[in-house]
Write a protein that binds this ligand. Structure first.
Ligand code: ADP
Ligand code: ZN
Ligand code: MG
Length: 496
């Protein structure tokens, strides 16, 4: 499926205020430029990525069992391209590949080749290959792995850059790869990484160049658990820590983000003067990695109350749609957000039905509608919720799930898309308003609790919700009840 689900990942947390990019890219360890790496990385230190690891190992056997390859007359492999989002372990894989094949390892980044002076990049490429051979000879090794990170910087389609420098650098890289001997020691294998395989010059992907492409994806739940196990190995964890739970809560996290999460939790233990890391420290660190540091911003009491009401709106709708999914509600300002609800994704999900998308729109609109119910007006705090809701609505339309049916995204007139998005939003706004109506008088009570405690757990919230539902004999809707709200244009809504 070619559906871009990325916007949906952002629903993991809903916030008031400006949305922070989740992809807080940890600076790429371009560490020791072109210097051989001394400490060894093995495939065991890479969590998840079973598929990518298997494919890579298979490809590397070309280097390990050279004689067999030769006797069968197989063309040796010269280049392997790792594609995938940042922080998923591409650099780690290249290093593990060097260990696995007992090769020397040299790393460089595409951006290092780009200089203002024409010719410098090409010169550096030549130098890199020369150094690789030299280093291998010096260390008495049969092979060298050259790792080029961000290959898209030099490997973008030729003729597209205004600068001739890029072309020369790319040409030099191609020349080096073509000239690489496939019989003489030391053999050189080029590994490259990018998250933009789509923009690479097709010349790079031709046979004899990067003819293996290995996709390195964001880890699924099992992968995240594996990475967490690796990253927490040797760290003192209190008995209450459930890595399973953390893996479930970190949908969309990359390996690098998980590494940062574990590190933050350890720092929290240090700050608290504790000997062990506990579950709460992990929970706070998830927030921190997602949303950024707590800010020193101190909203007024009125604002705090409003943020609490707003977040409670998100939480109620989320819980009604998918029971048990509210992890916690907090009004501690972090990054650009004044508060947020963190949802536990039920399971990693790659496909969405119309109902599920509508539910997410409802959750996104829950914040401002809770404000409306309670105060009779809204605030500017929902701006980013609307961005999210609109993006979900657009997904509904372009995936052919709206009332206008199947569309061709490319030829869909902007005005039609716009009309449909507005229509969906208006419709869901009405539905969400009704979903929240039974709770309008009780919101204030729990909002005050949130203001007092700053952050409340999903379980405390669920207790309150059940209490209100019993008191008012609101049937606690199972998600299917709510979902079955008909998606119709006109008729007034009857929820039940
Ligand atoms: P990429 O090259 O894909 O951007 P890196 O390999 O540089 O990602 O990963 C950065 C850091 O994140 C690693 O040093 C490691 O600590 C952590 N990391 C990323 N992916 C994994 C993984 N699959 N298993 C264990 N740690 C990982
Ligand atoms: Zn919100
Ligand atoms: Mg990297």
């Amino acid at each position: 499926m070619n559906v871009n689900i990325l916007p949906l990942l952002f629903l993991v947390a809903l916030c008031v205020g400006v949305w922070v990019m989740m992809d807080r890219r940890t600076a790429v360890a371009g560490a020791s430029r072109e210097a051989p790496v001394r400490h060894q990385v093995s495939f065991d230190q890479i969590g998840g990525q079973e598929h990518a690891k298997r494919e890579l190992r298979e490809a590397l056997d070309f280097l390990r069992y050279r004689d067999r390859i030769k006797s069968l007359g197989i063309r040796p492999l010269k280049g392997i391209l790792l594609t995938g989002p940042p922080g998923t372990g591409k650099t780690l894989m290249a290093k593990a590949a060097a260990t696995y094949t007992d090769s020397v390892f040299l790393a460089a980044s595409g951006s290092e080749f780009v200089e203002m002076y024409v010719g410098v990049g090409a010169q550096r490429v030549r130098e890199l290959f020369r150094k690789a051979r030299q280093q291998a000879k010096k260390e008495n090794k049969d092979s060298a792995i050259i790792f080029i990170d961000e290959i898209d910087v030099v490997g973008g389609r030729r003729g597209q850059h205004s600068h001739q420098e890029y072309d020369q650098t790319l040409n030099q890289l191609l020349t080096e790869m073509d000239g690489m001997s496939t019989t003489q020691s030391p053999l050189v294998l080029v590994m490259a990484a990018t998250n933009r395989a789509d923009i690479l010059d097709s010349a790079l992907l031709r046979p004899g160049r990067f003819d293996r492409q290995i996709q390195v994806d964001l880890p699924d739940k099992e992968g995240r658990l594996h990475i967490l196990r690796i990253q927490t190995a040797g760290k003192p964890l209190r008995r209450d820590v459930s890595l399973e739970h953390i893996a479930r809560e970190t949908f969309g996290f990359s390996g690098a983000q998980l590494e940062a999460l574990v590190n933050e939790a350890a720092i929290a233990a240090l700050r608290a003067g504790e000997q062990q890391i506990n579950q709460e420290m992990f929970r706070d660190s998830v927030d921190k990695v997602l949303m950024g540091e707590r800010t020193g911003r101190r909203p007024t009491d009125d604002e705090l109350q409003r943020v609490a009401v707003h977040e409670l709106g998100h939480a109620i709708v989320s819980e009604l749609m998918r029971p048990g999914t509210v992890s916690h509600i907090t009004i501690a300002p972090r990054g650009n957000a004044l508060g947020f609800v963190r949802q536990i994704p039920e399971a990693d999900r790659y496909l969405y039905t119309l109902e599920q998308l509508q539910e997410q729109v409802n959750v996104a609109l829950g914040g401002c509608l809770a404000e409306e119910h309670h105060y009779g007006n809204r605030s500017t705090g929902a701006q980013n919720d609307f961005v999210q809701a609109s993006s979900l609505a657009r997904t509904i339309v372009v995936c052919g799930l709206s009332r206008i049916g199947i569309v061709d995204e490319e030829h869909l007139p902007e005005a039609v898309l716009d009309t449909e998005v507005r229509f969906i939003l208006a419709e869901q706004e009405r539905i969400t308003r009704e979903i929240l109506r039974p709770y309008r008088e009780d919101i204030a009570e729990f909002a005050a609790d949130i203001v007092r405690d700053e952050s409340l757990d999903g379980s405390a919230f669920r207790e309150w919700l059940t209490k209100v539902q019993t008191k008012k004999s609101v049937p606690s809707p199972t998600s299917s009840d709510v979902v079955s709200v008909p998606y119709v244009a006109s008729t007034e809504l009857t929820l039940q």
